[in-house]
Design a protein around this ligand. Structure first.
Ligand code: 1PZ
Length: 207
């Protein structure tokens, strides 16, 4: 099967982008994470959806629009902190479509992928359904209504096998394992950093 992304290496790009963000999140001398590199790193996640098949096009549309919103915001707002503080001042943190709300959604998407990779790294066999289902249950299902949960559980039956997915990623088992592990490791402090932005302002992360 031909790779859908030509010579592209989406996993490699994600791993590289999040390593850079992780070093920012972990460097105590850099107080503020900039929105532009954050949204750029998230943009690298978007091609993954194309590898999942049409059942997840609705998820792709939602995620891509939210990343796009953050990327556009980065033209006028420098850091994640100032973006959130602006929404706090305008009293629109939880308003549908606000930057802060989109950030929380995007963060959950990143967490979903982190869990998916974690479960894939320990899964036996070539089905993605189990790791994907476990990751979804943990990261996203608690925040989704009945209709979306149903659509996702139907979509899980249409997923490619792990081998098919790796072909689309232009990776083999060994390289994919390293890159998935890189993302899992790098993503963790980044997610923690974003969580802290919400928690330190008493905004909650459970909505
Ligand atoms: C093998 C991989 C299987 C992946 C299965 C992924 C299933 C994810 C399904 C997500 C469906 C999202 C549909 C839209 C949901 C929106 O209602 C919410 C709230 O948005 P708002 O009301 O604030 O506008 N949006 C979200 O929850 C964001 C969801 C992001 C999903 C990212 C998943 C990333 C998976 C990539 C896997 C490679």
């Amino acid at each position: 099967m031909a790779a859908v992304n030509g010579d592209d290496k989406p996993l490699q790009k994600i791993s590289d982008a999040f390593k850079v963000l992780a070093s920012v999140a972990q460097d105590s001398k850099i107080a503020d994470m900039e929105l532009a590199p954050f949204s750029r790193a998230c943009t690298h996640v978007c091609p993954l959806f194309g590898c999942l098949g049409i059942a997840f096009m609705f998820a792709e549309k939602d995620f891509v629009a939210k990343v796009q919103d953050l990327a556009e915001a980065s033209n006028s707002i420098k850091t994640l902190q100032s973006m959130i503080d602006q929404d706090v001042q305008n009293n629109c943190v939880r308003t549908a479509g606000s930057h802060t709300r989109n950030l929380l959604r995007v963060k959950r998407g990143l967490d979903m992928i982190r869990l998916l990779f974690e479960y894939m790294l320990v899964a036996e066999g070539s089905s993605l359904r189990d790791p994907a289902s476990k990751a979804y249950e943990k990261a996203l299902a608690p925040y989704h209504g009945w209709a979306i949960r149903k659509a996702v559980s139907a979509g899980l039956y249409t997923l490619p096998t792990k081998e098919q997915l790796l072909v689309k990623f232009n990776e083999d088992e060994a390289t994919a394992r390293v890159l998935m592990q890189n993302y899992v490791t790098a993503c963790t402090p980044v997610l923690q950093y974003v969580d802290n932005l919400f928690i330190s302002r008493d905004l909650g992360t459970d909505w």
